[in-house]
Design a protein around this ligand. Structure first.
Ligand code: 9MR
Length: 559
């Protein structure tokens, strides 16, 4: 129809807050006039496109439609003569509330070891997969007390991604980011209802969901020495089938320093949060802290044990070919775990031998780069940890890195931190966009400077449609949304719609999966294809930062 949405008008397909900056980006040839129309096609706002100073990575010039001046709540479309209408969007005070809850609810759908009844899962109801009550010690993990073939129970947890394995390292940043969301915005997160089996038990639902994974993580520690197994996995990735169909043996593999420290960080953080709920969870905080301390002790004794899958596969049977999450540098993990343990215990022994400023790099967090998670924790407890002499320098560096992240954003084709550098477009680029937003929110919390909040919101706008492909990258939300994520249940359940609330990896010109993307331009290198795991998979560590970003922005809007 003549009202069909123009693929050349890109905007956040969910919407905008009355008082927030509102921009669409248009691929066109001139600074034409535009209007915003309500559902009865009345014009409520008029403006002119403005040519962006810098072109997009593709070389194309973009045009910005700024309608910040429109503050009236309602449902609208943007219209440009000759191009047509945009997708519809809303302006209202809690415009991201639904999607923000949805990206947290997504974790429920990732639960291992439990059926998902339709009462909570709707049309995506499924039977239980992977009880994991009978897991084998892999030869790479054999010890005197737990020889190869010894059986442990390690149920619960979230499936990592499109696959059905459970990895401690990746669980670390994911679980912690969700815990931080609660820790930083408790009042708002107490209001977020997820309709999960534990709802109504007196705990905030976000924490109920986190507990599903935390309880699994606790079983990944060997009580005999405090060491933590790197992952619980099938020997090989299984077929595209529903989780209950997989009956192949499950193993826990070699212990490692990264797993121990990420585990120590999460359990230390969990200890101080769950301490607030002694009635509902008697003893849990103490168990977490005990587990954290013994994992820390193990890591101090074995400070340099990398998980090297290829090496193990030359030595042990069966070989294990699932995700490696191999990381060989542990400086950042030590900083993170020490920071969490210090803030929880106030025992300065943890920081004593740690150089908090080993280099001047400020990498946006990812599963392998967790230094800033430690910095965030120290900075948000600034008042309580004054004795840390490096703290002013850490704060200075975080603000400088945030400024650097948004330097030149006004001239940028898409007006976001994400699109300022092609370097941001690797495997899981969408999680970098979200983590950039999270970092900007830390800067905002430290300074109250609106430029950080506005740019965090721009990163959310990017993820929800204001980008080169025009996708709202969260399944089940927006008008143009991924239908074929690389996700076994979504592809095997016979339901047309994928499991909702999942952030796909996003543009990645690397094509490590061998699936040709329509364009190798960094921010266009995306395809909505089930096979494309390097661009269209979903994972718990990519959903966590968008969960933080979307909910934090809702919380800050309400303040
Ligand atoms: O997200 C991980 C990415 O940073 C790595 O480059 C990639 C290759 O090692 O692996 C990604 O993690 C995958 C994991 O190994 C297995 N589950 C799916 C994850 C997302 O693709």
């Amino acid at each position: 129809s003549k009202d069909a949405a123009s693929s050349r008008i890109k905007l956040n397909q969910i919407g905008f807050y009355p008082k927030s900056i509102k921009k669409a980006v248009v691929l066109t040839e001139n600074a034409a006039p535009f209007t915003i129309q309500n559902i009865t096609k009345q014009i409520v706002f008029k403006g002119n496109l403005k040519e962006s100073v810098k072109p997009a990575f593709s070389g194309k010039t973009t045009y910005i439609a700024d309608f910040t001046g429109l503050k009236k709540t309602g449902e609208y479309k943007l219209y440009i003569e000759g191009l047509g209408y945009s997708y519809p969007f809303f302006i209202n005070n809690n415009v991201h509330q639904k999607i923000a809850a949805g990206v947290v609810k997504a974790y429920y759908f990732m639960r291992a070891s439990t059926p998902l009844p339709s009462k909570y899962a709707g049309k995506w109801a499924r039977t239980e997969g992977h009880p994991d009550t009978s897991v084998l010690i892999h030869p790479s993990a054999a010890s005197d007390k737990r020889p190869a073939g010894f059986i442990i129970s390690s149920p619960r947890g979230w499936y990592d991604a499109g696959d059905y394995n459970k990895y401690v390292v990746n669980s670390g940043i994911s679980t912690s980011t969700l815990l931080s969301l609660y820790e930083d915005f408790p009042a708002y997160m107490k209001t977020v209802k997820l309709n999960i089996p534990e709802s109504g038990n007196g705990l905030p639902d976000l924490l109920n969901e986190v507990l599903w994974n935390l309880r699994w993580m606790l079983t990944m520690q060997d009580p005999n020495d405090g060491g933590v197994y790197h992952k619980l996995t099938n020997a090989a990735f299984d077929k595209f089938e529903m989780p209950d169909k997989d009956k192949t043996p499950r193993y826990v593999v070699q212990k490692g320093t990264a797993a121990a420290l990420d585990f120590a960080a999460v359990t230390a953080q969990a200890a101080r949060i769950f301490k607030q709920f002694p009635q509902q969870l008697p003893g849990l905080a103490d168990s977490c802290l005990k587990a954290s301390k013994s994992a820390w002790k193990w890591a101090a004794e074995y400070p340099n044990v990398a998980y090297r899958q290829d090496e193990n596969n030359r030595k042990f049977n069966p070989s294990v070919t699932t995700g490696a999450y191999g990381d060989n540098t542990f400086t950042d993990e030590f900083i993170w775990a020490a920071s969490e343990l210090f803030v929880t215990t106030h025992d300065d022994a943890y920081l004593k031998h740690i150089n908090l400023l080993p280099d001047d790099r400020m990498p946006v967090p990812s599963w392998a780069q967790v230094k800033l998670l430690g910095y965030y924790t120290l900075l948000k407890n600034e008042g309580r940890v004054k004795e840390i002499t490096d703290l002013p320098e850490i704060k200075k560096r975080l603000l400088a890195a945030s400024d650097e992240l948004i330097n030149g954003v006004e001239d940028n084709a898409w007006q976001t931190s994400m699109t300022l550098s092609a370097k941001h477009f690797g495997w899981g680029s969408n999680s970098d966009a979200a983590n950039e937003g999270v970092m900007l929110l830390q800067a905002y919390k430290l300074t109250n400077d609106k430029k950080y909040l506005n740019n965090a919101l721009a990163d959310l706008d990017y993820l929800l449609g204001r980008n080169a492909t025009g996708y709202c990258y969260v399944t089940g939300y927006g008008s143009k949304t991924p239908m074929h994520p690389h996700h076994r249940p979504s592809a095997s359940d016979g339901v047309v719609d994928p499991i909702p609330g999942l952030l796909v990896g996003g543009p990645n010109p690397g094509m490590q999966d061998g699936i040709k993307v329509p364009s190798k331009v960094p921010d266009e290198a995306y395809i909505d294809d089930t096979r494309a795991y390097a661009a269209n998979e979903i994972t718990i560590n990519w959903n966590a930062p968008i969960a933080y970003l979307a909910n934090a922005i809702e919380a800050l809007q309400a303040e």
